[in-house]
Ligand binder design. Structure first.
Ligand SMILES: NC(=O)CC[C@H](N)C(=O)O
Length: 298
């Protein structure tokens, strides 16, 4: 099982509703994955600011005082917005790497969920309705987003084992299925310098795409390579700062449905995830073909 949803907006007037639309799509998929849930939202990525979403098992201890300590360490102005177990650090774009290093040094127990110009990731164990309300996702605006509700197959039910996985700047991936060659691939990617937070197969898929894009491929090309190099069952929905992609393995036994109108492209594991979208009655609706890459870029 596992339930996946994704929404890529073409119509700017829908952007204030992105979090609400995606949340309700994800809640519809609750019975496909009761273990944990997560959501990635791409907000306005322009300007000179970048964002790091961090997570702590003990937010009182880790987040108190962090803003001041980071400002002192980086010698610049930044802000931290705490949302339950997560917090978003907004800092100057040219200090993103320095900021990540400072967080690791000042708060070794804090985990980085995502970083980049536009992405924020919120994920926890529990049901979609609890996760979206805990992080106030329904009030978030954005250009595109991806959600996942997990029934674990490959690694423990933990916050870090929840999807989406982000292994590169402004990148994220959710997965329905299980990969059979993830241990070998993990070993190869570690040799190339990638690091992993979990034993999860989907994290390996995310890292694989990051490594392919680092070679100069765009998201669509990286997904084409994934069809050849990843073994097992998969439906992936992936995001980059300006892109949104979908691919299924050659057997495509995991359910998937897509819809497109002038206003958006939407993905659901099942059609019921899409029924409340505006104008869905007039949308072009189709089942993505096996081993075929679907890719949109703004
Ligand atoms: N049920 C699934 O699709 C699980 C996805 C992935 N293998 C995981 O364990 O997280």
């Amino acid at each position: 099982m596992c339930g996946i949803v994704g929404l890529f907006l073409k119509d700017k007037s829908l952007e204030p509703q992105l979090g609400a639309l995606l949340s309700s799509m994800l809640v519809t998929m609750t019975d496909r994955g009761p273990d944990s849930a997560g959501i990635a939202i791409y907000g306005d990525g322009d300007g000179d600011k970048a964002k790091i979403t961090i997570q702590s098992a003990d937010p009182k201890k880790d987040f108190v005082g962090l803003e001041m300590e980071l400002m002192r360490t980086l010698d610049s102005y930044l802000s931290i917005e705490v949302k339950s177990t997560h917090a978003v650090v907004t800092l100057p774009k040219d200090q993103l790497d320095e900021g990540r290093a400072a967080i690791a040094q000042l708060r070794p127990d804090v985990r980085i969920m995502s970083s980049g110009d536009a992405i924020e990731i919120y994920k926890e164990t529990g049901l979609p309705k609890d996760v979206v309300s805990r992080f106030s996702v329904t009030s978030m605006a954005g250009t595109h987003g991806i959600g996942h509700t997990r029934m674990a197959t490959e690694s423990a039910v933990t916050t870090l084992g929840a999807h989406p996985f982000s292994t590169g700047s402004d990148q994220c991936l959710v997965h329905n299925g299980s990969l059979s060659n993830h241990n070998n691939l993990r070993r190869e990617l570690k040799h190339q310098g990638m690091t992993f937070e979990t034993e999860n197969d989907s994290e390996v898929a995310a890292a694989y795409l990051t490594a392919e894009m680092a070679k100069g491929k765009n998201l669509g090309e990286a997904l084409e390579s994934a069809v050849d190099d990843l073994d097992g069952f998969f439906t992936f929905v992936v995001g980059t700062k300006s892109g949104f992609g979908v691919v299924r393995d050659a057997i495509a036994c995991k359910p998937a449905i897509m819809a497109e109108t002038d206003r958006y492209v939407a993905f659901g594991s099942e059609y019921r995830a899409l029924v409340s979208l505006p104008g869905i009655e007039a949308a072009r609706v189709w089942e993505p073909e096996p081993a075929t890459v679907y890719f949109w870029e703004r």
